[in-house]
Design a protein around this ligand. Sequence first.
Ligand code: GLA
Length: 722
Amino acid sequence: MNISVEQTIHLTTKNTQLSLLVLDSGHLLLGYFGKKIGEVSLAYVVEEIQRASYMADTDGIKDFKLEQLPNLYPAFGNPDLRTPAHLERDASGSAIADFRYKSHSFSNEKKPLKELPYCQSQEDVTTLTIILEDALTKNELAITLSAFEKQDVFTQSVCYHNHSEATIQIENMQSLSLDFLSDRFDLITLNGAWGRETKINRRPLVQGIQGVDSKRGASGHGQNPFIALVDPQTNDEQGTAIACSLLYSGNFQASAEVDMHQNTRLQIGINPFQFSWELVSGDSFTTPEAVFFYTDQGLNTLSQTFHRFYQNCLLRGPWAKKSRPVLLNSWETFYFDFNREKLEKLAEKAKEIGIECFVVDDGWFSKRADSSSSLGDWVPNEAKLGGSLTDVIQSIHQKKMLFGLWLEPEMVSPDSDLYRNHPDWIIQSPGRTPQLIREQYVLDLSLKEVQDHLIVVLTTLLKTYKIDYIKWDMNRNMTDLWSGGLPENRQNELAHRYILGLYRILEEVTQAFPHVLFESCAGGGGRFDPGMLYYMPQTWTSDDSDAISRLSIQEGTSFVYPPVAMSCHVSAVPNHQLGRMTSLNTRTTVAQQGNFGYELDLNQLSKSEEDELKQQIVSYKKERETLQFGIHYRLSPYDKNQVAWQKKNEKTGDIIVSHVTILVQPNTVQKRLKLEGLNPQASYSFENTVRTGSELMEIGLMIPRPSHDFYASQWFLKKVKE
Ligand code: GLA
């Protein structure tokens, strides 16, 4: 192609490399992204691209086809007619912009992001900032790329500076846009619905746009702000993959666009649907941060890279690295139907059994007896609690358990004092009846007075009572989008301003009470995303607590998120969502994949169940370090009727293997399960046997014959000799 490369800029991590090319025209290209190959000049990669027909020339140069080149952050208005990463509109109505390279600089720090979650590290980080400028307006795009050396991970955020006199409307600004000169990829996304979140969805790319997005005001149950392109041959154990995740909890999009010449554009960012942002002269706009990386070590490494990175560089506060307590939650135990006597009886038993945190879920406040009232009125119902909340908390603390409480701060019931006093604080459109979902409205968190009110209510609650844990719920999505606080030309800012308002509240409250363990929830995993994890280090994974449903939900969630961030509880049988019967052993094995707890009436257990449960808690506490923070591997059992996973304690080398057969079948011969990531020379002891790491990885463990459906087995392997 008739182009010439002026400079190559390399940004590397321990094993990977991102190389950018600046053309003499000022266009910025992605020269290379993959395994480390050294600081070579990569000009030939784009210079050798042969011209295809029927595309616009660039800058009047025949044979300079920008649309065929791997652009790094293409704005609309240039001859590249694929989906742009940036689109703005000026006062004339023109959406043409033309950003060219102006300068770049390196630093050894990772700066905080204004009003948004971001990753940071004490270890080596190199940050590359590239400034692109539009010569006509003098407006600038600052692309900030950070390389986390030891983590093998990159982050990117883009900031738009309006240096002109005029006001600009931003209509699309993605966090990341990468072009690859191939379409030989499978696309992986996480999809589902309420009660069946995060199924791993893998399919080959086809020409056109494919991906996931949310228009619900939250990241949502149906899709997760994550996307990966992987080689069709890639599996858990080997192969290449490029993964992207977005630190954002609202409307997002993640897409792969295959063009007519088998090139792929990968993007992730705020959903441009119903989004715009008015940027006045002198102002700036920053996108959420995207996290992305390349691996050639397969999908287990992809998941482990996310786990390590989010564990070390995203989760904050004293709880980030601390063992999480075994918890009992009152929701599936009593729903709304409890009183002091019931709570006391449950707490007595909880203490006896070894529970460490006792959580009172929905129903403790105002006159809330079902979902029809009281959200917004966060005042303890002393009649129901048989005294003050302080009394209840004291009684739990006397039993040497932590005390936890459920809240849904972003919502209001029509039947509440908060709504009666402030009917204008909800999201609603003028002249229209706002829609109810679960009998509640969404508070307009873009309004400063609503944010301030919630900060005062929450900090007062946490100052008044000795609360150790908060479950922060959010049980409906947004409809009727319109805000009384915004002029008509800024209404498309509401969904993003809501998230910025939410982040402000979360920052104030979680930073003021760092000892409190916050758990996020949105009807289960309706907002299980890295944005929420920045403020709250764990999330309720799904409202479906059935052990068999949880196999795929937890497999999908832990595809990206650290298992310790994933709350998993043992609930009663028949299961309340599905009516399925599973053994206590199976429910426990599955719940121990993540952050373990219970959600059932302990007083309904038989003596033998109670003894089994006590034993499970004793053994869980012994193995907690490995189960919560161990390196997580998906193992490949023989067929789809089985699921298996493994945890490896990085310090001791101890291994815990879990296996579930879903349906028992007649006349089958059991197969073996090969382990992963062991030291081949080391010896491991279990069940009166000693085997080497090599044997366990090459020959594997014999899976016991299941005696009934939903049959779980676990192996605890101690590393005895290096
Ligand atoms: C949501 C949560 C549940 C429970 C209820 C209470 O559905 O996901 O765990 O807290 O709200 O209303």
